[in-house]
Design a protein around this ligand. Sequence first.
Ligand SMILES: [Zn+2]
Length: 247
Amino acid sequence: MTPAKTSSRTLLVISAHAGDFVWRASGAIALATSRGERAKVVCLSFGERGESARAWRAGKTLAEIKAIRREEAEQAAARLGAEIDFLDAGDYPLVESPELVDRLVRVYRDLEPDVVLTHPLADPYNGDHPAAARMALQARVLAQAAGYDAPGEPLGAPPVFFFEPHQPEQCGFKPDLLLDITPVFDAKRKAMECLPAQRHMWDYYTDLARRRGVQLRRNAGPNLGLAHDTAAEAYMRLYPQVTDVLS
Ligand SMILES: [Zn+2]
């Protein structure tokens, strides 16, 4: 069920495949919706070829797998109180195209997001992830152009955060933001459990949230004698933070 919107803020998450937003950003999504904000996930593909090995081994057809992954992701989004759209652009490979970028421009113009989450720009294990990030960033820039021919007003400058890739060191991912998702971790776990096609990821991302949670405590202040049952997601900023107060 989508919670009532009590805030004018909007979070946009651009995900290459149907599962990515769940493992890497569902804490941020649940936090936003718990504050009454709007959250929208755009999945460029269903991850039907590259991230659905269990279904292929079970003998499912391509069409069946896409339907399964769509339903799973819809359930996960519903758990998080988020809206979700699928562009069905295909995966392995996810092919960049002006048409796909244009569709994303229209998403930006329509939503006017306050924050954007997407993949990092490097991932030597999965070319679809950086392809999604490049298109997400290109569309953001085009949406800012007054002369770009798409409905709506030119976009402002929503900050962009990269969510954590599966093997961060290989992707040049060094967290510069640890998001405290402790209050919504149960929602994240339940969203992950909506994706039995990738069951092997549930515990991995539960463990990661706890490890990032320990780091969060360590960076928040002295943690000697304090509880360690915090959970966190790590992010990298693409653009400088704009502030008048150093903190
Ligand atoms: Zn993926």
